[in-house]
Design a binder for this molecule. Structure first.
Ligand SMILES: Cc1cc2nc3c(=O)[nH]c(=O)nc-3n(C[C@H](O)[C@H](O)[C@H](O)COP(=O)(O)OP(=O)(O)OC[C@H]3O[C@@H](n4cnc5c(N)ncnc54)[C@H](O)[C@@H]3O)c2cc1C
Length: 266
């Protein structure tokens, strides 16, 4: 590690103020991505602004039909929250399946979304559920938030404050985890509201994406038979030491089929 200055702040305005006065500042949440990146010198900020002292950022509450989860809520807090379990049980399940216990006790919703790792779980939920990302300056629809691998619509210094999840009729998240890291080799979230079905896939490509042909077929007829002839083109998918693109395409379809069956049974 090299020298840096750690700033403890207790409100969002102070965090932004420190950011604006620094030439090279970064916010830190649980540090689960940032600290390893700093150790490897992939990131070398002069100023670290710790968001963990801002009390309102880890609140989880239900406001009418909307579930609001603060950006600093850890995965363990989300998994254990009775608000999340009753409003969006698929989000609680997803959070409980992230990494291992240590990762879940430090990693945060905001850090996961800001990082937009191609294999992260939360982006699939945010996209499939049509959630909104609330920042210090605006509210971004999920469809506009994820831009590319490790890239989001967040501007310089912008802080995610919370994510707002609307109520859906049914949702399921299934992932095929990498046995070592527990990151998704492929993760699929299906969500259904009235006749509309949304299918978001993580782990399979450079960034989370919606499988629009599957969505159209399932919105017409929510049954495994309606996607029988559909496939994902492997040439748009990741290939690495863990799985070929063809294998990932196959996994996506298998997980979508399993999610349909689980939702039809439940
Ligand atoms: C061993 C291991 C296994 C893991 N397995 C999984 C897994 O199975 N599934 C999964 O989804 N993830 C997994 N993760 C990722 C982990 O769960 C964290 O979500 C992720 O590392 C981000 O960490 P963090 O929340 O501590 O953010 P940090 O590391 O503190 O920050 C990450 C980035 O986000 C920015 N940032 C943080 N908070 C905000 C905010 N509120 N507003 C704006 N920018 C912000 C920071 O400036 C930084 O650039 C794993 C991580 C590890 C180390």
């Amino acid at each position: 590690m090299y020298q840096f200055k750690l700033h403890n702040v207790n409100d969002v305005a102070s965090a932004i103020d420190v950011f604006e006065r620094s030439d090279d500042a970064v916010y830190i949440a649980g540090g689960h991505t940032l600290i390893p990146a700093m150790k490897q010198r992939l990131s070398a900020p002069e100023d670290l602004i710790d968001l963990s002292g801002i009390p309102e950022l880890d609140l989880i509450q239900v406001d009418g039909e909307v579930l609001q989860i603060g950006a600093m809520a850890t995965h363990a807090m989300v998994a254990a929250s009775s608000h999340v379990q009753s409003h969006s049980p698929a989000v609680a399940d997803l959070a409980g399946g992230i990494g291992d216990r240590q990762v879940r006790y430090k990693g945060t919703l905001g850090g996961s979304l800001a990082n937009n790792d191609p294999a992260a779980d939360y982006p699939a939920a945010v996209l499939a559920l049509g959630a909104s990302v609330v920042t210090d300056r605006r509210t971004l629809a999920a469809d506009d938030f994820f831009i590319a691998m490790f890239e989001t619509a967040l501007e310089e210094g912008e802080i995610i404050q919370a994510v707002r999840f609307p109520q859906v009729d049914q949702a399921v998240y299934l992932k095929f985890p990498n046995p070592a890291s527990r990151y998704a080799m492929v993760g699929v979230m299906l969500a259904r509201r009235d006749q509309e079905v949304r299918v978001a896939i993580t782990g399979a490509a450079a960034s989370v994406f919606r499988a629009s042909t599957f969505e159209a077929a399932l919105s017409e007829n929510f049954a495994v038979s309606s996607i029988e002839d559909l496939t994902l083109a492997p040439d748009t998918l990741n290939a690495d030491m863990h799985a070929s693109a063809e294998y990932r395409a196959h996994l996506c379809k298998v997980l979508i089929e399993r999610a349909i069956r689980a939702m039809s049974a439940g």
